[in-house]
Write a protein that binds this ligand. Structure first.
Ligand SMILES: [Zn+2]
Length: 266
């Protein structure tokens, strides 16, 4: 796979400086080989929920130059296949559910490997994460490592509709409850992945998989868990409003602004 050249930089996993390889996020075999369109943050922010996406077309799937060849090969060999199988199972369940509330059920799953591959993806999209959290290196560069920051929580949802989110660490504030959440989010159908580093999960419909850390590297399991299908029409991490909800909220916002203007001129 010499389609992409290497770049020079700091590996986001081991921290070594040198050549970096292109890391597919999620793994290329997990359906990440399609034509995608890259947008800048500004372009994405200006885009309405129902506007067509226009931009630079990338033929080989989504990813970034984030890992050194050794980390790319090692984590790819240790964990990627477990997540690829997991995604195939997810796609199959989604297709059969035809939009109804699906139950994710899988035999022969390696929960710890799935969790670790997801965490490799989060390290890839968050430039200084392993510098600030050195335990992540021990967790991910040792196949049997099971160290976990007890405050961090990992969540999943089914995702078929909306934009791709590769959100580095961001904060959200709930005006009703006063709760703040620090999180990072990645989505690529059939799944979205949310890592909550502080605060409550951004949505009650997310399915928690933090407990996957309790499994051994070679431990296989049969899992069954309800999982919601959530759309990602806005660019904001933790926002799963439908297209109609976003348009309604926008109209309500415009109406409120117009009322304030009318009030000000009275
Ligand atoms: Zn490395």
């Amino acid at each position: 796979m010499a389609r992409r050249k290497m770049q020079h930089g700091t590996c986001r996993l081991c921290g070594n400086v040198g050549d970096l390889t292109f890391e597919h996020i999620p793994p290329q075999k997990a359906f990440n080989n399609l034509r995608t369109i890259s947008l800048s943050w500004d372009q994405a922010m200006r885009l309405g929920p129902d506007e067509p996406v226009k931009g630079k077309v990338d033929q080989g799937g989504v990813g970034m130059y984030t890992l050194c060849p050794s980390c790319n090969n090692n984590t790819g060999g240790w964990y990627a296949r477990a997540l690829v199988t997991w995604c195939y199972r997810g796609m199959d369940i989604l297709e059969r559910s035809k939009g109804s509330a699906p139950l994710f059920h899988m035999r022969g799953c390696y929960p710890l490997r799935v969790l670790k591959e997801i965490m490799v993806m989060f390290c890839s999209v968050n430039p200084e994460m392993t510098d600030k959290q050195p335990w992540l290196r021990r967790l991910l560069l040792d196949t049997h490592g099971r160290e976990w920051d007890v405050g961090w929580r990992l969540f999943l949802y089914f995702n078929v509709e909306g934009k791709l989110r590769y959100s580095g660490t961001s904060g959200s504030f709930d005006f009703e409850t006063g709760d703040t959440t620090v999180m990072s989010e990645i989505n690529y159908p059939p799944f979205g992945y949310v890592l909550v580093m502080d605060g409550a999960p951004p949505d009650d419909r997310l399915t928690e998989i933090t407990h996957f850390i309790r499994y051994g590297f070679d431990e296989m399991a049969e899992l069954a868990m309800p999982m919601s299908v959530l759309s990602t029409h806005s660019k904001y991490a933790g926002d799963y409003r439908t297209r109609d909800q976003i348009l309604r909220d926008r109209e309500a916002g415009l109406a409120a602004q117009a009322e304030m203007r009318a009030g000000a001129t009275r």
